[in-house]
Design a protein around this ligand. Structure first.
Ligand SMILES: [Zn+2]
Ligand SMILES: [Zn+2]
Length: 231
């Protein structure tokens, strides 16, 4: 569960910046070294039972989770467990640090994943809502790594993606909703091609990446982190 949550946190970040992350088993060849440890763990930042620190990370690629924490890998809609700490939130926050993001306690960004104080991410009814990057986080990470350039699938004319338009970044389509499917930007065109009435789509990082299929694209609006495509 934690490994899946970590993969999803990497996906959320790589969906915004021109960086791909590859999982390797050999620690020596890893740029980012993730460990679950307790107490003293042979670095200069031991975890202590007196002061609860859930994790620490830095741009050298160190990411240590304190395994004395009661971790919970929530799914959307779960009831919040008061004693547990949301692993999704801490993983995304700490990976932000690994990639160079500092804390962001700006009152204008109350939902930034880089807020110093952990909080439960909940929907209007108080049930779990998977944390994501807010606009400030997306801006800040792009300031470090630049804009992600989303290309069409280059496998060419033989597959369903062949008749898709170029993607247009930071654009949303208002209304015209058909269905949505989990996927990365390069998947959306193929989904749309095989879905009745689909003429356009939006991709964003919702739940690690979602294609929102649309019956048209008449009305668009600027939206950070969204990609629009038509077929
Ligand atoms: Zn450590
Ligand atoms: Zn932090």
């Amino acid at each position: 569960m934690k490994v899946k949550a970590l993969r999803e946190a990497f996906d959320i970040l790589s969906s915004q910046i021109p960086r791909e992350f590859e999982e390797v088993q050999n620690e020596n060849s890893a740029d980012i070294k993730i460990k679950f440890v307790t107490g003293q763990h042979s670095d200069t930042q031991p975890f202590s039972r007196n002061k609860i620190i859930y994790a620490h990370a830095d741009t050298s690629g160190i990411l240590h989770f304190n395994d004395d924490t009661i971790w919970k890998v929530y799914e959307n809609g779960d009831k919040i467990m008061p004693a547990a700490v949301d692993f999704n939130w801490v993983a995304l926050h700490e990976l932000g640090h690994v990639l160079g993001l500092p804390h962001n306690n700006d009152i204008k960004a109350p939902d930034s994943i880089m807020r110093e104080d952990y909080k439960n991410s909940v929907d209007a009814r108080g049930f779990y809502l998977r944390p994501r990057l807010d606009l400030a986080d997306i801006d800040n990470i792009k300031k470090i790594y630049g804009e992600k350039v989303v290309r069409q699938n280059r496998t060419g004319a033989k597959n369903a993606n062949s008749k898709c338009s170029e993607y247009k970044s930071n654009t949303d389509i208002i209304g015209n909703n058909l269905i949505n499917k989990p996927g990365q930007p390069e998947n959306c065109c193929g989904f749309c091609r095989v879905t009745k009435d689909c003429e356009a789509f939006i991709w964003n990082s919702h739940n690690g990446g979602t294609c929102w299929l649309k019956s048209g694209s008449a009305i668009t609006a600027p939206a950070d982190g969204f990609f629009m495509g038509t077929i």
